[in-house]
Design a protein around this ligand. Structure first.
Ligand code: ADP
Ligand code: MG
Length: 683
């Protein structure tokens, strides 16, 4: 059944409904009311209270127009119990003519105590023969859109509910009946009727807070569909074969001996998870979560080593060319004897051709940016893909990487690494298709980054700090945070700051890096900074993720109030990477908004990524945090991840149960809750 099959819904209304994200009859059913009105009973006028709108019925005793500053139509109504004035400030004279003395009138509105006793301002009303019979259900009020009257939506939903009842629309129960009984939750039909047409004795507070059993049931079904959809994604990959990569204990030791430090227990544990996966013939789908500075790169190197030992190719992809370049340098140190290739979007075509040829032939370790995913990149025998800092990617990357030769039909193992520490409940939703390992420990002897807030006006105080750090042989970042969309303006602001700082610190070697530089220019600046040839690096937020220069111990962030918490945490993570005490100065422009105050004081008070993420979640909401990453997958119709997170466990268990006991319903549930499921099957 199509929307246009409903009475009162023509092509124009369909367009309007689209703005509400309603494209099918099913969407209409899942378009839940925001509140309800009680038009089930008449209230005697004298009992009418002013808190809730009420329905009154009486006889018109008089109607007249008052001319004054505003023209007012007054209609006086009486019933057996009392008397009330209905007032209209905008009206047609035809309306006045209809309101004849002696006519019956039904009015719905809030009651006020006015100068002349009780009054209703602009009530909804019906006259004489137009008075409808009382309903026995509450009236739902829906979120609506310009140009589509509430009545039209109500009427459309009512038709659909009617068709459900008569069986003209078939919407089968997909949750197991015994499970529903055990959880004391209603079946689908009941739930839909309950939310759209609740009975007057419903627990209204509960309904309005979205916690009524019927709402819970619908939300759980939506969550189940989300879990099943991600699970289906996972299973689809698992149907493919992946190369079996072996690693002996001696080989593992060889890798550990390569490292300039001893891995932490957490790193070892995570590396063990990965090695175990790589020995399987199913593609690994694992996520590594580890706070900034927890040492994810070394773990990635371990995985790469594992692939190399088996004579296979490994890819490491980073979100920025600066980070990719840094990884190239780090891995070149770890694996001096292995052939490397590097691919970023900005290579000249001759160089790009050369790198593509290397990737197709002798390269063993391949590093780069998104460019690695392009169609024309063909690998010789790719066995492992590592994606670093994946939270930086707008939309989840399709892992379409082509092998040639004997490995053509094998999918590579994939490992995703992120520093975004999201609370467990959210991780559960966002990463339901991945195995998750957490590096929950920092390398030894790390000190908290000492963070201070400094009003822009006190900028001069900074000069001493910077001089002192550089005198000790340490280095500093100066981050410019113009939030302009234009890379050009951001670069300009950084250039201005760069020149200003050169005036301030004529004795220091100062560098500048921003997004407008060519890749090789960026590389040169970063290499100079790493080699300590630059003491103070002026940068835009291009250095936000991953950059690792342990000798840098001071970070200044200009106008820190402009940045979100996760970004500040990432930026600050560029210092505090060695054993020396590091400092972070968050400059701000007073006065601060309350939200900015919370962000900055959170940064001052803690270094703990999980605590910061929790506050971030409170300030921004889960949609903001996850929404851009896993578009589609994260868009719920009914579920609010913040307020409904206590239902997640139940839903996840149910999804697992259904895969075992009701596999035939799983696909249908996914289909039902996906946007594309456009029309309902006609019986
Ligand atoms: P992130 O998890 O943020 O990617 P990195 O992998 O860049 O962190 O590591 C941060 C710094 O810590 C690097 O300088 C790295 O060499 C160092 N490091 C990593 N693991 C250890 C360890 N087990 N012991 C000492 N230093 C380590
Ligand atoms: Mg990193």
């Amino acid at each position: 059944m199509q929307l246009t099959d409903l009475k009162g819904i023509g092509p124009a209304a369909v367009d309007k409904l689209k703005q509400l994200n309603i494209e099918s009859v099913l969407d209409l059913l899942f378009h839940l009311p925001m509140r309800y009105e009680d038009k089930t009973k008449l209230t005697p006028i004298s009992h009418a209270q002013s808190l809730q709108p009420v329905l009154i019925q009486g006889e018109i005793t008089k109607s007249y127009v008052i001319q004054g500053k505003r023209t007012i139509l007054v209609c006086e109504v009486a019933d057996d119990s009392g008397f009330i004035q209905l007032k209209f400030f905008n009206f047609y004279y035809s309306q006045k003519i209809k309101m004849q003395t002696g006519k019956r009138i039904l009015a719905f509105g809030e009651v006020n105590h006015g100068m002349h006793g009780l009054e209703m301002i602009h009530p909804e009303f019906w006259l004489a023969e137009d008075i409808p019979p009382l309903t026995d259900r509450l009236t739902a009020i829906y979120p609506k859109t310009e140009g589509l009257p509430q009545k039209r939506i109500q009427n459309a939903v009512a038709q659909v509910l009617g068709h459900l009842q008569t069986g003209l629309i078939n919407l089968p129960e997909l949750l197991p009946k015994d499970w529903l009984e055990q959880a004391t939750l209603p079946d689908l039909q009941t739930a839909l009727h309950d939310v759209h047409q609740p009975s007057p004795d419903v627990d209204m507070a509960r309904l309005l807070s979205g916690r009524h059993a019927s709402q819970k049931r619908l939300k759980i079904e939506e969550m189940v569909s989300h879990f099943l959809a991600l699970q289906a994604l996972r299973q689809k990959r698992q149907q493919h074969q992946a190369p079996v990569l072996t690693l002996s204990a001696a080989q593992k030791q060889n890798f550990l001996d390569l490292l300039p430090f001893t891995l932490t227990d957490a790193q070892l544990r995570v590396l063990h998870d990965i090695s175990t996966d790589l020995c399987q013939a199913v593609p690994m789908q694992r996520l590594i979560q580890g706070d900034v500075g927890s040492g994810k790169t070394a773990v990635a190197a371990g995985a790469i080593f594992h692939a190399l030992i088996n004579g296979k190719q490994a890819v490491l992809m980073a979100p920025t060319s600066i980070l990719a370049e840094q990884h190239r340098l780090t891995l070149a140190e770890f694996f001096p004897d292995n052939e490397m290739a590097f691919l970023s979007g900005r290579l000249k075509s001759a160089e790009r051709r050369e790198q593509l040829a290397r990737i197709a032939d002798q390269a063993q370790v391949i590093i780069g940016t998104h460019a690695l995913f392009q169609e024309d990149v063909v690998y010789r025998n790719l066995a492992l893909v590592i994606i670093d800092e994946q939270h930086r990617f707008g939309v989840h990357q399709r892992l379409s990487m082509k092998n040639k030769g004997a490995d053509k039909d094998l999918l590579p193992h994939t490992l995703i690494m992120t520093a975004t520490p999201i609370p467990r409940t959210l991780a559960q939703v966002a990463y339901a298709n991945l195995d998750v390992s957490v590096i929950d420990e920092l390398p030894p002897n790390r000190q908290m980054v000492n963070t201070v807030l400094l009003d822009n006006k006190k900028m001069p105080q900074l000069a001493d700090r910077i001089q002192a750090a550089c005198k000790r042989g340490e280095q500093a970042y100066w981050v410019c945070t113009l939030v302009e969309e234009s890379e050009h303006l951001r670069a300009k602001a950084a250039e201005d700051t760069y020149e200003e700082l050169q005036d301030w610190f004529p004795n220091l070697k100062i560098g500048l890096v921003h997004g407008r530089l060519k890749d090789d220019e960026k590389t040169a600046v970063m290499a100079d900074f790493k080699a300590a040839k630059i003491q103070l690096l002026v940068a835009t937020t291009v250095i936000e993720v991953g950059v690792d220069v342990p000798n840098a111990t001071l970070m200044v962030i200009e106008n820190a109030e402009r940045l979100g918490l996760s970004q500040l945490h990432q930026l600050r993570g560029r210092v505090g990477r060695g054993e020396r005490q590091s400092h972070c100065v968050l400059m701000y422009q007073a006065p601060l908004s309350q939200n900015a105050q919370i962000r900055l004081s959170t940064m001052r008070d803690t270094n703990d990524g999980f605590k910061i993420a929790k506050t971030d979640l409170k300030l921004r909401g889960p949609g903001e945090i996850l929404g851009t990453r896993q578009k589609g997958a994260m868009q719920f119709r009914l579920v609010n991840l913040e307020t409904d997170k206590d239902l997640l466990d139940q839903a996840q268990k149910l999804a697992q149960l259904m895969q075992k006991t009701h596999p035939e319903n799983c696909q249908a549930i996914i289909h039902r809750w996906q946007r594309q499921a456009a029309t309902l099957a006609k019986v």
